[in-house]
Structure formats: structure tokens, C-alpha cells
Design a protein around this ligand. Structure first.
Ligand SMILES: NC(=O)c1ccc[n+]([C@@H]2O[C@H](COP(=O)([O-])OP(=O)(O)OC[C@H]3O[C@@H](n4cnc5c(N)ncnc54)[C@H](O)[C@@H]3O)[C@@H](O)[C@H]2O)c1
Length: 306
């Protein structure tokens, strides 16, 4: 066996955010078309270790990812992505932390492009950790930003993120805050990327028209969004089975009777049968599914496997 290894630097040099968004969009369209075999991921030690896999039928290719998640450690997410194709002897092995951040940004780019108003350009990002830079890059790729407010419980992390992103965001007004409630009041787009276990703001704090992405909660014990927001919004999810098993906010809202399963639309379905009008408030909830990793791994395989 021959393995080609792709680290974070090579990944960043090889794949732009726009390419990642397009690849992840195509992946979700194929998912809706039944092209993937994609079991719900295995979570060990209450989500501290994860195993994910996806097989794309028509290309006979598969992606396997293992992750270790530990919020006491920076980076919180480490692991390995392996790409394999029937008939090939060589494999591609990539840094799962980098792939995860890129594909989690990319899916938010896909959803924001679909759901946010065309002129939305004021973003509030809550959570300035490992996922944060690609959340901003992805939104900026589909809705060029006029203003970015970064909120983190630890203000120095918000400031460090603004400092790191400044060269990529010329002309964008850059602000930091520690109070999420006031920071979402005038937002046109909100991204939640924290490891919080209770809602980051009440529904009443949001303006009448807003698109909210929430990627932080990936266990039933974690929540970023209040039930009232889910009840009063068009809610798109990455994959129904995955959010029913893992999203604390969806599980909580269903158990509280605030929403029903019928109110949830999968991203792939929304992409293949877009609605003209989604309403003034839209939410995209993602726990992260293997098709996203497959889409990025395929881009890498095209570029690195001869
Ligand atoms: N949906 C997905 O596909 C996906 C992918 C990767 C990571 N995640 C999840 O996203 C979350 C963030 O991941 P990360 O790698 O950036 O983690 P991280 O630990 O690097 O960063 C989390 C940040 O959130 C901040 N924070 C926590 N609670 C907060 C609150 N109540 N208000 C403001 N800030 C708060 C922390 O101070 C920290 O800076 C984690 O829960 C992770 O498991 C989801």
C-alpha cells in the first residue's frame, strides 16, 4: 500500500473555500439522490472519539474519518481522514482537523447561500475557536461581509481571531464582544460555533429577519439555539437521522413539543427543490456528516493522487 499524506498547509494551498463550498454542495445533492451509503457515526466516550464513513456508489470511492475531541486541548479536534477507491492501491491520508474545519465552513457557506437574504452582509460569529475562521471565510465567500462581530466568552480569543482574519477582510468593519445577546440584535447572519450546553441568546434578541447557522452542538447534551427560534423559523438540517440522534437543540425542541419532525428539511432536499420564499427567519443546524468529509477528500484525491 502507498499512502499520500496531506497536512493542513498542503490542504490550504490546494483547496479554496469556494471550491470546498461547491464540492460540499454537490455532495449534498448526491446524498439527496441516494448516491451515498452513509451510516450514522459511531460516538465513543460520549463523543470524545468519533468514527465516520461515507461510500459514494457511482465512483466506488469511500472516506473514513476518525476524530478525537477534547475542549481542554487546543486544537480541540484532531484525527485522520482516509480516502480509498475500489481498484486503486494508493490511499490518501489527510489531517482531519483541517478537513473538518474546512468542510464545516463549506456546509455553512452552502446553507447561507441558499437561505440568507441576497444583501445580508452583517455577521455575528459566536465562538472564536478552531472552527471559527472557516465559518467567517465561508459566509464571506457567498455573502461579502460589510461588518463582522466576533463574540467569545474569552475576549482575547475573539481579538486573536479578528487579528488573524484582518488581512483576508479588507474594508470589513471588525468588532469584538463578550455579550452574545446584544451582538445578535442587528445581525443579518449569525454563526454559532461554541461548545455551549445552553442557548447562546433568547429568540427575542434576534431581528425580525435573520439567518442563523449553528454547528457547535453535536451531542444531545449540547445546545446553542432556543426552542422558540426553531419554532418560529424555517429549519434546514444537514441530515435528519444525524440531528435526531445528536443535535441537543433539535432533540430538546422536539421533546418540548416546540417543533415536529415534519418541520425539518434536509439540506440536500432543499438544494434539489429550492423554495422561492423561506420566510424571514431561517436556521441551518449541522452536526456534521461524512458526505462533507468525502467531498473535501475527493478534491484532495483529484489533486494529490496521480
Ligand atoms: N457541526 C460540525 O460539523 C462540527 C464540526 C467541528 C466542530 N464542531 C463543534 O463545534 C464546536 C466548536 O468547535 P471548535 O473546534 O471551534 O472548539 P474550540 O474549543 O476551539 O472553540 C470553542 C469556543 O467557543 C467559546 N465558547 C464556549 N461557550 C461559549 C459561550 N456560551 N459564549 C461565547 N463563547 C463560548 C470558547 O471560549 C471557545 O473559544 C464544538 O462543540 C465542536 O465539537 C461541530
Amino acid at each position: 500500500m502507498k499512502a499520500i499524506t496531506v497536512g493542513e498547509r498542503e490542504l490550504r494551498e490546494a483547496v479554496t473555500m469556494k471550491e470546498a463550498i461547491d464540492a460540499v454542495r454537490r455532495g449534498f445533492v448526491d446524498l439527496a439522490g441516494g448516491e451515498f451509503e452513509m451510516p450514522t457515526r459511531t460516538a465513543l466516550r460520549d463523543g470524545q472519539f468519533l468514527v465516520m464513513s461515507a461510500h459514494h456508489r457511482s465512483t466506488a470511492s469511500a472516506m473514513f474519518k476518525t476524530l478525537s475531541v477534547n475542549f481542554e486541548r487546543k486544537p480541540a479536534i484532531t484525527g485522520t481522514v482516509v480516502w480509498s477507491e475500489t481498484g486503486r492501491l494508493d490511499h490518501l491520508v489527510a489531517d482531519a482537523g483541517a478537513v473538518t474545519a474546512l468542510r464545516t465552513g463549506a456546509v455553512v457557506g452552502v446553507a447561507t447561500d441558499l437561505l440568507a437574504p441576497p444583501d445580508a452582509g452583517r455577521l455575528t460569529l459566536i465562538g472564536a475557536g478552531g472552527q471559527a475562521p472557516d465559518q467567517v471565510r465561508a459566509v464571506h465567500a457567498v455573502r461579502p461581509l460589510r461588518q463582522l462581530t466576533v463574540v467569545d466568552a474569552d475576549r482575547s480569543r475573539a481579538q486573536a481571531l479578528i487579528g488573524a482574519l484582518e488581512p483576508e477582510l479588507p474594508g470589513v468593519e471588525l468588532l469584538t464582544a463578550t455579550d452574545a445577546v446584544s451582538a445578535v440584535r442587528r445581525a443579518e447572519i449569525v454563526c454559532c460555533a461554541t461548545n455551549a450546553t445552553s442557548p447562546l441568546f433568547p429568540e427575542s434578541a434576534l431581528p425580525a429577519q435573520v439567518h442563523v447557522n449553528a454547528i457547535g452542538a453535536y451531542r444531545p447534551t449540547m445546545r446553542e439555539l432556543p426552542d422558540e427560534l426553531l419554532a418560529s423559523s424555517t429549519v434546514v438540517v444537514d441530515e435528519l437521522d444525524a440531528v435526531l440522534e445528536e443535535s441537543g437543540e433539535i432533540i430538546h425542541a422536539l421533546e418540548a413539543g416546540a417543533i415536529t419532525k415534519d418541520a425539518l428539511t434536509e439540506l440536500g432536499t432543499a438544494l434539489t427543490a429550492p423554495t422561492a420564499e423561506y420566510g424571514k427567519r431561517t436556521v441551518f443546524k449541522s452536526v456534521g456528516v461524512a458526505v462533507q468529509d468525502w467531498a473535501i477528500a475527493r478534491l484532495l484525491a483529484d489533486k494529490f493522487l496521480a
